[in-house]
Design a protein around this ligand. Structure first.
Ligand code: C5P
Length: 310
């Protein structure tokens, strides 16, 4: 018997980064949206642990996925075994298969989606029924973006990104432009800190506090499905850093805007760039035009469901 679950990739529609906390993480104020590009994780019992990785992402990226116990799917199983101990619940006796569609080190939380899908699949295999709150709590121990991969939809994330409140949203049409190389999230955050070394504490704090008016305006656009007004409100504090580290990202953003995207932005720590389209047909024509320019681009819809079986 095997269990299969899937979980979505995310875009940070708004990503404000504030102070560094004593635990080394940064305070964030993030509007996440889950998209229709999903990771699939299958798991079955096995005498020895194993992990097979396949999928549609760049071959070189597939080769870089850790195959050992450090992979988040094993760590997800370990955390379930610890929280719900019973004989036979052993992460070393599981064989996983991950089907990857989300780029590695791409700013779309693909590894977190793997962890979220693994939590759901292993819980089913072991006959555990964690409450949604227990799952979110376990997810937060695995990574800042795992709770959102579990929840899906659209949400405000605060704290280090794991404190979530769901935001009602219509469906939005996106084009995702993938880069062959990845960016290390810790490296991007470190470069941001270096850039801001002369900032006063209150300047840092203002990135993530007193954002109620901004949030209300974004919420109105999300629930009305108003893509052109939403386009004017989106911003990512990490984007200038990602563009410094990979200067060709500025060209990608320019190309998307030049072709008529309502908005172009780096997701999270990058390097995936997302373009906001007016409609599904607009997204398809933007995708085709980006591909003609030599980019690897796919369409996706937003407000996708969180991790679930199947
Ligand atoms: O939580 P996660 O393991 O996904 O985070 C990866 C890295 O990203 C952290 O080790 C940290 O360097 C950085 N990070 C951060 N502040 C956040 C989230 C992530 O500095 N809110």
């Amino acid at each position: 018997m095997s269990s299969v679950a899937s979980a979505p990739g995310k875009l940070n529609l708004l990503f404000r980064v504030g102070e560094t906390r004593p635990d080394g993480y940064h305070e964030v104020f993030s509007v996440y949206q889950a998209v229709s590009i999903r990771e699939h994780v299958q798991v079955e019992r096995s005498a020895r642990s194993g992990l097979v990785v396949g999928g549609s992402i760049f071959r070189a990226q597939l080769d870089m996925v850790p195959r050992d116990g450090s992979n988040l799917v094993f760590r997800a199983a370990e955390s379930l075994a610890r929280a719900f101990p019973e004989p036979g619940r052993d992460s070393n006796q599981l064989k996983f298969e991950i089907e990857k569609s989300i780029p590695l080190l791409g700013g779309m939380a693909g590894g977190s989606a793997d962890a979220a899908a693994a939590l759901i699949a292993v819980a089913e295999l072991w006959g555990i029924q964690p409450t949604p709150a227990q799952l979110l709590q376990l997810g937060a121990t695995l990574g800042s973006d795992v709770p959102f991969a579990l929840l899906g939809g659209t949400a405000l994330g605060t704290g280090r990104g794991e404190v979530l409140s769901q935001l009602p949203s219509q469906t939005f049409d996106w084009v995702l432009v993938f880069a062959a190389e990845g960016l290390s999230t810790p490296e991007v955050f470190r470069a941001l800190d270096a850039e801001r070394r002369d900032w006063k504490p209150e300047q840092l704090a203002s990135r993530t506090s007193q954002r109620e008016i901004e949030l209300e305006t974004i919420k109105a656009c999300l629930s009305a499905g108003d893509a052109s007004s939403l386009a004017k409100l989106l911003e990512n504090d990490l984007q200038p850093i990602a563009c410094q580290l990979l200067p060709h990202l500025s060209e990608t953003l320019k190309a998307g805007l030049g072709l008529g995207a309502l908005h172009a932005q780096v997701s999270g720590s990058g390097p995936t760039v997302f373009l906001l389209a007016e409609s599904a047909s607009h997204a398809e024509s933007l995708r085709a035009e980006m591909c003609k320019l030599g980019y690897l681009a796919v369409t996706a819809t937003g407000n996708a469901p969180g991790a679930r079986l199947g």
